[in-house]
Design a protein around this ligand. Structure first.
Ligand SMILES: [Zn+2]
Length: 329
């Protein structure tokens, strides 16, 4: 028993991560699919309160608002931040986010992005290894927005048949997700994607990391408001742990720009389960950013759109700007 106890202690004493070397500025992008500004800024929607226990009502992103909002900028209060695509649908919006402008894509069936994305451009321009630009995505459609070429960046997007021969943790998480399916088709549960992304961050220290989550949108389409709210509270906890990890990563964390946003909003009232081309308010979203150069003032009135995200990533990494970056105060 004693020997078992000692070896268990030794196991836990092994450092969980290699220390990240500071090789230049880094960017982490997190997208939360189909989250309304209402829930992000204000909390639960009184229209749906009958479906929630009183203890579940109220502010949702508690940790973000209490601990982190004032250390960066939050766009979108009052409708001042919009997506860049013509329609409030995932793939068109993600393609616009990745290219910096609205593409020909009008629905989730439009196929792979037809030009170099910001992730591919960053890798090419900085001469990075494939492993230094990584994407983890829950929704299978993300493969059609993040890269023009299947081999240009490191990607683990559902269903992801890669064996991860070199990394036991990634392989285990991917395999566990196959046997623990969500109620809907076409994606894996976000907590697997999140754990994979965080493992990758701490062990591979990527220069660009993109984690794309989708449970929120799926619960929305199911009409499950309590599930939607639960997924958002999980995101709040994820983001808090990510920022905590960055704060403990020395120069790597200090020189990392974090961007958090969504691909589209949703309808109001009974229409909350869907989203698309009308009404126009479904294009009004939020964005949180913190990192070098950004004022620490919380909610800003500055107007911006998803078209400013690609140039913001370029600016953070010291590259030539392909457009106008986000205002920094
Ligand atoms: Zn959707």
């Amino acid at each position: 028993m004693k020997i078992w106890y000692l070896s268990a202690l030794l196991l836990w004493a092994v450092p969980a991560m290699a220390e990240c070397l500071h090789r230049g500025p880094n960017v982490i992008l997190v997208t939360l699919d189909g989250v309304r500004t209402r829930e992000f800024f204000e909390g639960t929607d009184p229209y749906h309160h009958a479906k929630l226990d009183p203890s579940e009502r109220g502010r949702i992103f508690n940790r973000l608002w209490e601990n982190h909002a004032s250390k960066g900028l939050v766009f979108g209060k009052g409708g001042g931040y919009r997506i860049a695509s013509d329609v409030a649908i995932s793939l068109p919006s993600y393609q616009a986010l990745m290219t910096g402008h609205s593409t020909h894509c009008q629905n989730n069936q439009c196929g792979r992005v037809k030009e170099e994305t910001v992730l591919e451009a960053v890798r090419r321009e900085l001469g990075l290894k494939k492993s230094e630009v990584a994407v983890f995505g829950s929704w299978k459609g993300m493969k059609n927005s993040t890269a023009q070429s299947a081999r240009s960046i490191f990607r683990s997007i559902y269903p992801d048949f890669k064996p991860y021969a070199g990394d036991r943790t990634l392989r285990k998480l991917r395999n566990a997700s196959v046997f623990d399916r969500p109620e809907w088709a076409g994606s894996r549960k976000d907590h697997y994607t999140w754990d994979m992304g965080m493992h990758y961050l701490k062990n591979y220290c990527p220069r660009v990391l993109y984690v794309s989550l989708v449970d929120s949108d799926e619960y929305g389409h199911e009409g499950d408001y309590p599930g939607y709210v639960r997924s958002l509270r999980a995101y709040d906890s994820y983001l808090d742990s990510l920022i905590g990890a960055l704060d403990g990563m020395g120069a790597y964390g200090k020189d990392t720009t974090l961007i958090v946003t969504t691909d589209h909003s949703r309808g109001e009232g009974e229409g909350w389960t869907s989203h698309g081309s009308k009404p126009d308010t479904e294009k009004e979203v939020f964005l949180y950013v913190r990192g070098p150069g950004f004022a620490a003032k919380g909610v800003t009135d500055s107007q911006a759109t998803h078209a400013n995200v690609r140039p913001t990533i370029e600016r953070a990494l010291g590259l030539r700007l392909s457009g106008q970056a986000l205002p920094q105060d």
